[in-house]
Write a protein that binds this ligand. Structure first.
Ligand code: NDP
Length: 400
């Protein structure tokens, strides 16, 4: 049925997607929220402005999900559970003839590798089935890729450098917590840094390169750290002539101090160890101890600033533009019951889903966000809670 969607995942991001889809009945007339733990779906459903169906599903195996897809017959699956389930959900979508959208690329549970190769390998199968898979429709990846596509369409003839900067000037008042799934967050942050330059990947030790950043509009002075992030791979593949692409994220000294200790004592490890005859993965144990990111909403204050500083050529002259969004944690909480990190991921997931179900984005195959028309998505960012601004010039010294 047109506009019928199945949302998988009932964490902080799933909560925001459910809220946003439920507030647009003309686009999403029917919604089901499914996750491993049905009570979490029901708790979210109780807060929504209209009834949505709920279901329990372990989406880690396509065979578990396919019967649900066949009986509910959605047009689209919005996958906001964990990256480990990406391939199983893509398989189930192919079997049941359903479009697919996610916010994070597949990772094998036993190695922290952020690569698109596993999902790009589905290109021919989605093409042959006439179905659309849209990868990475969160903020980063997601909006950041659309920002670059929009700048290329409207402000540049060619893009030479991209610096994506993700700042969280918010505070939850706890000694240590991650603002999205702790396991995925810590795997990402502790991985080596990597950036694209002159046609090759340059690797740096984890969080080795950093610099101060005065966040525009008086949001604060933060230290930003060079990291690898998955949209660098797809931007390098899809933005012609791109010479350099880097990703920076802000961390507080307190977060890094805790992370260092946790790493030093081995609690961030992803290889199973034997503990009193039981096999446990230290990072999964740590996740069980840390606050649930979905619980941070009421206590998180302050703002996020996420943007792209892009340099390129226009009419023979070299130019720089910076494009960004600012989001307020408490405003997000008042609207959806979730803090800004979940909000800035869940709103773009709904907007990407809207483009697919309305036909604004149509195609058979596997697509990254920068490959699709940025204009309707950018309009919807302004309409549905993530307004953006574009300014001439840089916001930080990006180097040569
Ligand atoms: P949470 O950990 O809060 O929620 C994850 C949800 O997925 C939980 O409801 C969990 O259920 C469910 N889940 C886990 N495994 C399965 C399974 N096998 N089958 C069905 N459901 C399952 O995560 P977040 O909401 O913070 O993040 C969701 C996703 O968004 C992640 O993939 C994350 O990487 C991505 N993300 C993307 C960003 C972007 O900008 N692109 C930024 C932030 C996050 P249970 O509680 O029962 O375990």
């Amino acid at each position: 049925m047109k506009g019928r969607v199945l949302i998988i995942g009932a964490g902080g991001v799933g909560r925001v997607v459910a809220h946003k889809c439920a507030s647009l009945p003309e686009v999403f007339p029917e919604i089901m929220l499914a996750s491993r733990t049905r009570e979490k779906c029901e708790a979210i459903a109780r807060d929504l402005p209209r009834p949505v169906a709920t279901a329990a599903v372990d989406a880690g195996q396509a065979a578990n999900l396919t019967p649900l897809l066949r009986s509910y017959q959605p047009q689209l699956v919005i996958h906001v559970a964990l990256p480990y389930q990406d391939l199983a959900i893509m398989d189930a979508c192919l079997e049941a003839g359903v479009d697919y959208l996610d916010t994070a690329n597949y990772e094998p549970p036993d190695t922290a590798r952020f690569e698109y190769k596993w999902q790009w390998a589905y290109q021919e199968r989605f093409r042959a089935a006439g179905r659309m898979a849209v990868l990475g429709s969160g903020f980063d990846p997601g909006v950041t890729s659309v920002f670059c596509a929009w700048l290329l369409k409207h402000k540049f003839d060619t893009i030479e450098t991209i610096d994506i900067i993700d700042c969280n000037a918010g505070s939850h008042g706890l000694p240590f917590a991650t603002n999205f799934n702790p396991e995925i967050n810590i795997r990402e942050v502790t991985a080596p840094g990597r950036y694209w330059q002159a046609g090759q990947w340059i690797e740096t030790p984890p969080l080795h390169e950093h610099q101060p950043f005065e966040v525009p509009e008086g949001i604060g002075n933060l230290e930003i750290y060079l990291m690898y992030h998955e949209e660098l791979e797809s931007l390098a593949a899809h933005i012609p002539g791109l010479q350099r692409a880097r990703f920076w994220m802000s961390f507080s000294a307190n977060y890094l101090k805790h992370l260092e200790v946790l790493q030093n004592v081995g609690l961030t490890g992803i290889e199973a160890i034997d503990f009193q005859g039981q096999s446990i993965v230290p990072l999964q144990f740590l996740k069980a101890l840390l606050p649930d990111p979905a619980s941070l909403g009421p206590r998180t204050t302050g703002k996020t600033w996420i943007g792209c500083q892009v340099t390129g050529q226009k009419d023979g002259a070299r130019r720089t533009h910076t494009i960004y969004n600012i989001c307020d944690h408490q405003a997000c909480y008042r609207e959806t019951g979730a803090q800004a990190i979940s909000y800035t991921t869940g709103v773009p997931a709904m907007i990407g889903a809207k483009q697919i179900v309305t036909g604004a984005w149509r195609g058979a195959g596997v697509f990254n966000m920068e490959q699709l028309d940025p204009d309707p998505f950018m309009d919807d960012l302004n309409r549905y809670g993530l307004p953006w601004k574009v300014m001439d010039g840089p916001v930080f010294a990006a180097g040569a």
